[in-house]
Design a protein around this ligand. Sequence first.
Ligand code: 5RP
Length: 224
Amino acid sequence: MNLKQMVGIEAAKYVKDGMIVGLGTGSTAYYLVEEIGRRIKEEGLNITGVTTSKATEQQALNLGIPLKSIDEVSHVDLTIDGADEISSDFQGIKGGGAALLFEKIVASYSDKNIWIVDESKMVDDLGKFPLPVEVIPYGSQQLLKLFKEKNLSPILRLNKENEILKTDSGNYIIDLHLKKIDKEQTHDLATWLNSLAGVVEHGLFLNIVNLVIVGKGTEPETLE
Ligand code: 5RP
């Protein structure tokens, strides 16, 4: 079993009958969704899923997981998702899979958030992983220019066909290659990005996670 599968299966143990569960996106969340599908089929687990991307929605539908949209539920009990980096003070960068907007919306309305990662994602400081910023296409060249002027090393994300990548909402992603984000500056950076016209969301997930399950060696480690 690989580390991503290990943490996906471990996290699924936190899912209980009757829960409304936010289902994350990415290659780690994939295993979580598979395990929830298995439990529904084999154990009669009864849950409602709220997906964070079209990819996860398709996977969940294929597995027969009952789904509702975020606007159809009164609350979300628990969301389980992957992450690209988690710092020593439990802040995160997400959006490597371009699903940060829905992921942040679902996480924000969740009573509890669990992140599942392999040990390579645990870092002292955020920033080695490029920080994704989701922007609407209109005005995106101006934002690229602004980020360049501020020495934030922006790169407009392309898809495998070398075309501009479009998110599930039809937006673009600008990745900021920052190398390192000082802990003292993380919140100011998030506030500044939120203040820019045309920025829809960014990949700094601050003060959101309650529990992290890390895959290393033969056993998952749970950090609170
Ligand atoms: C998608 C995300 C993912 O959770 C993040 O990129 C981690 O993905 P993976 O588990 O494939 O490494 O934020 O937008």
